[in-house]
Write a protein that binds this ligand. Structure first.
Ligand code: BG6
Length: 506
């Protein structure tokens, strides 16, 4: 979060309590608490705040505070100011209990009453479901039964639901129905941490606050779009979860479809949450789900074998902890999607993502059409490369425009030059966890950056035929790429019919 922008343009959120279900988990210690601390440091937390952690293990408030103090020392993204942290620590509370036990909610309700009196939090409560997905529906139901989701006398009750939101279209629909029986849509915040990234939020600003690009942002000028989410990490300790997911569910169906929607959407009529989300959902609905036979030519899957990364040998996916030695889970996928609307018809969107790839890199490349070549063809040995606009999401953060220029000298020689903007040019922006903006938005009731029920379902509709075909035709070719490479060779075939090539910035 940019500290200048935040202090100049944002005000602290109003009084509220934050309840974190699954407070013993990694997300709380690595992201949520550090993010709350950063918000406090930026003056964006209300003075009247309490944070209640809920988890199974019995523990006193003081024990919880002590643990969180150790964790913040380890996971804070900015230097911790003792006085500020003490202020936050003293507002931490703990409630033990099983998520399925009605007693947990009776005690929680009593505790919320106490903290409201002590900290003046009023009746507004943010419930954060940082639990395994099996509990999402159950917790919401129990909160409803305990009367904890009722919004009265100007107080709000909002629920943040972590990913994965369902594991296919049917389960996502069922979950939407289940939580929809208790909550109104405006109370539900389906979080996607990709949308908390500065560079992702900047896509809309870049597109709609600059007059330059919008006129050429369409099929007439854009040749194709590539979206890359490359990770060097393997599945780490999450093998049991990943075996039920694979990259299509884990990264593509949510994070990458959101990136695609931001790139392809029409200008919204305003920056009201539903105006923005209406446009995004239209993009997802314009992607016609693949017919089964298309899956064979428009989608490629891969799984990493052993290889070398950063000079070290790393094991194959099938050798990772909690992974089946004969696993057919995909750790890499590449898709070719068509957005069938007036702006984008005929412009392929190529998406690829994988674990254990050569380099960590998330970037979006808009490749423009080539100029007619006749003028310069005598002077160029190779084909003139097209102009590319690259939105660097991470770890580089910036925007790059690639153009042709004449190399100085008596003859005409063309060279690709880069017009570059780096986020570093903004100066010190303060390290962030990526959750600050999202938590702040929930507290202030701004759901722009959260998935709406129809968006989740539209995204699953695109993923389903691919998942179905992959399930019914298990591959015998895994592993099919070496850790440390750029993925399976078969991914090239996806672009070949159009004469395109995978491209990655240097
Ligand atoms: C998560 C996935 O949603 O996103 C992980 O579950 C993945 O498997 C992560 O590694 C990537 O996020 P980031 O912010 O590191 O790019």
């Amino acid at each position: 979060m940019d500290s200048t922008a935040s202090s100049e343009t944002l005000r602290p959120a109003g009084p509220c309590a934050v309840v974190i279900f699954g407070a013993a988990g990694d997300l709380t210690r690595r992201k949520l608490l550090p993010a709350l601390y950063n918000l406090k440091a930026h003056g964006l937390l209300p003075g009247e705040l309490a944070v209640v952690g809920v988890a199974r293990k019995p523990k006193s408030h003081d024990e919880f505070r002590m643990e969180q103090s150790e964790d913040i020392a380890e996971f804070a993204t900015m230097p911790v100011d003792g006085k500020l942290w003490t202020g936050l620590r003293d507002a931490l509370y703990y409630q033990s209990g099983e998520f399925a036990d009605p007693e947990t909610y009776v005690s929680l309700s009593a505790l919320l009453g106490q903290v409201s009196r002590k900290h003046g939090t009023g009746g507004s409560v943010l419930f954060y479901l940082a639990t395994p997905p099996d509990f999402f529906g159950e917790i919401v139901r129990r909160l409803g039964e305990a009367g904890l989701t009722r919004e009265e006398a100007g107080a709000w009750r909002r629920i943040v639901v972590e990913k994965p939101f369902g594991r296919d279209l049917d389960s996502a629909r069922a979950l939407n129905r289940e939580i929809g029986r208790v909550l109104a849509e405006h109370q539900i915040y389906r979080i996607d941490h990709y949308l908390g990234k500065e560079t992702v939020q900047n896509i809309l600003v870049f597109r709609f606050a600059n007059g330059l690009f919008e006129p050429i942002w369409n099929r007439r000028y854009v040749d194709h779009v590539q979206i890359l989410v490359a990770e060097t990490v393997g599945v780490e300790e999450r093998g049991d979860y990943y075996e039920t997911a694979g990259v299509l569910r884990d990264v593509i169906q949510n994070h990458m479809f959101q990136l695609l929607a931001l790139i392809a959407m029409e200008p919204p009529s305003s920056f009201e949450p539903d105006a923005v989300r209406d446009e995004k959902v239209k993009v997802l609905e314009s992607i016609r789900p693949m017919a089964p036979e298309q899956v064979l030519t428009h989608a490629v899957r891969g799984q990493y074998g052993e290889g070398t990364l950063g000079g070290k040998r790393v094991p194959a996916y099938q050798r990772e902890p909690k992974v089946s030695p004969t696993s057919s889970t995909e750790t890499y996928a590449a898709l070719r999607l068509n957005v069938e609307n007036w702006r984008w018809a005929g412009v392929p969107f190529y998406l690829r993502s994988g674990k254990r790839l050569a380099r960590r890199n998330t970037e979006i490349t808009i490749q423009f059409r080539r100029p007619p070549l006749l003028l310069f063809e005598r002077l160029c040995e190779a084909e003139i490369e097209a102009n590319r606009l690259v939105l660097h999401v991470q770890p580089e953060e910036g925007i790059e425009l690639q153009m042709k220029a004449k190399r100085p000298g008596p003859t005409v020689h063309l060279k690709t030059v880069r017009l570059d903007f780096s986020y570093k040019d903004f100066g010190e922006t303060g390290a962030a966890t990526g959750y600050e903006r999202l938590l702040y938005d929930v507290m202030t009731g701004d759901s722009t950056l959260f998935h709406r029920a129809d968006m989740v379902e539209a995204a699953w509709r695109i993923a389903m035929p691919i998942l179905d075909v992959w399930k019914s035709l298990p591959t015998h070719e895994f592993p099919n790429y070496a850790a440390g490479s750029w993925g399976p060779a078969s991914a090239h075939a996806l672009l070949a019919p159009e004469g395109h090539k995978w491209w990655v910035s240097e």
